[in-house]
Design a protein around this ligand. Structure first.
Ligand SMILES: Nc1ncnc2c1ncn2[C@@H]1O[C@H](COP(=O)(O)OP(=O)(O)OP(=O)(O)O)[C@@H](O)[C@H]1O
Ligand SMILES: [Mg+2]
Length: 418
């Protein structure tokens, strides 16, 4: 990382990252000059946090006796920044208040960091400059803004919002304000504006993500908050069921979502050589014996090489039952955690978007896929679910089947083999 030396006194040198061109454009003549309110919409890895780590120390050291703040959505975002500020500024810190995340510097200036899960923290403070990192992830951003705005009054302080978009919440309103109001300015940069991120890294992300997520996360475009996950479903849902005998030398696999309370068991069978769905069965018989019995019949019909089933919340006894009945089939229990499930669904979404698999023309399956939704959580992760009133068993079975079929699938996460 290129550094610039920032001299405080003859014998003290503070090293700060040298801003890249887009970061410099944001700072302009300096954050204390107009516009006072800067809203920066940028892709992941653009250098938002680095900008804060460079500008806050610079401002605090240039302007004696002033206070500055770094505000993050949650504590998790704050800790690395606080640690880095402590390290960078160590030679000029005269007091460090660890539990308040406040540094008092040699020239009387202070820098503090706090998380916006408690907007009351702003009460009674006054700042010459504030950076809010990842505003789209702040739970109640409008309330936070109402609390923070007065802290800037006394010193006519500036504020800089730097974030990747997510939904059209209050951050979007601020962004619009920055496009039209005097003294406000909005900026927009994709991740590629950061010269320290290689085009290969961005291309890799593009290949791994559903297109709309890539547009949001790397191109910094506004896409809607809760939105459909799967695009292009209709186009690939064109097949009719076909028996094993139609291509007896092909390999067949299945994804299985077992019914738990009131939902359905779905068995989704694929020709792994052509990546075509050949059979789909959906039934709501709840006894494990019935479910496993049907599964065994389908395994025999298609001479299934592998089945993957969602083993979350299914006891060992059921796993054993399946393994005992499907003696010539490889059985993979897959544990759906929030992470692994999200990853599997994203992989499936990418495959559907690109037409890498073909599905049966089945109304239930199509409806489930088209209704399936994702929304971004305050943690920055996505939650995937069916809207209330919709089932998602076909989607889960399909995601499991694709997980088995897609290349390099078994390296991604833990699979328990019985
Ligand atoms: N001016 C700079 N000089 C050198 N490296 C930089 C600069 N700006 C950003 N980087 C590098 O680019 C990468 C991303 O930077 P940073 O973490 O600040 O981005 P971010 O937008 O906060 O990312 P995220 O979306 O993950 O929070 C880091 O490796 C960082 O060191
Ligand atoms: Mg960051």
């Amino acid at each position: 990382m290129a550094n610039v030396a920032y001299g405080v006194q003859n014998d003290i040198t503070i090293r700060l990252p040298k801003l890249h061109d887009a970061q410099r454009e944001i700072v302009g003549e300096g954050l204390h000059t107009a516009p006072r309110y800067r809203i920066v919409l940028c892709g992941r890895r653009f250098g938002k946090t680095t900008l804060a780590l460079s500008e806050l120390p610079k401002q605090a050291l240039r302007n004696n006796g002033r206070s500055y703040a770094y505000l993050a959505p949650t504590y998790k975002y704050l800790t690395p920044v606080w640690d880095q500020l402590c390290r960078t500024l160590a030679p000029v810190v005269v007091r460090k208040l660890e539990n308040q995340h406040r540094l008092v510097l040699i020239n009387g200036s202070t820098i503090e960091c706090w998380s916006l899960d408690n907007e009351d923290a702003a009460r009674g403070r006054g700042y010459a400059g504030v950076i809010i990192d990842e505003p789209a992830l702040v739970k109640r951003l409008e309330d936070a803004w109402i609390a923070i705005r007065p802290t800037l009054s006394k010193d006519r302080g500036w504020i800089l919002f730097t974030g990747t978009p997510s939904g059209r919440g209050f951050f979007y309103e601020l962004y619009l304000r920055g496009l039209s109001e005097p003294n406000w300015r909005s900026y927009h940069y994709p991740t590629s504006a950061n010269p320290y991120i290689t085009p290969e890294e961005i291309e890799e992300a593009r290949l791994m993500m559903p297109e709309r997520l890539f547009r949001q996360e790397y191109l910094a475009e506004w896409i809607d908050d809760a939105g459909g996950v799967f695009r292009g479903v209709q186009k690939i849902s064109v097949l009719h069921p076909r028996p094993h005998s139609s291509a007896p030398d092909h390999r067949y696999i299945a994804g299985v979502d077992l019914a738990r309370k009131e939902d359905f068991t779905v068995v989704s069978v694929f020709d792994a050589d052509t990546r075509e769905q050949v059979y789909l069965e959906r039934f709501n018989q709840l006894s494990w014996n019935v479910q496993v019995g049907r599964l065994a019949r389908i395994a025999a019909d298609y001479q299934l090489e592998t089945i993957a089933y969602d083993a979350t919340g299914v006891g060992d006894a059921v796993g054993e039952l399946i393994s005992n009945q499907l003696l010539s089939t490889r059985v993979l229990p897959v544990l759906f955690s929030a992470n692994t499930k999200g990853e599997m669904l994203e992989n499936l979404a990418v495959a559907i978007e690109r037409g890498e698999l073909k599905l049966l023309d089945d109304v239930q399956q199509r409806t489930e896929l088209q209704a399936y939704q994702m929304d971004k959580l305050p943690s920055g992760r996505y939650r995937y679910s069916a809207p209330s009133g919709f089932y998602d068993d076909c989607v889960s079975a399909l995601a499991l089947a694709w997980h088995v079929m897609r290349p390099s699938s078994f390296h991604d996460f833990v699979i328990l083999e019985w």
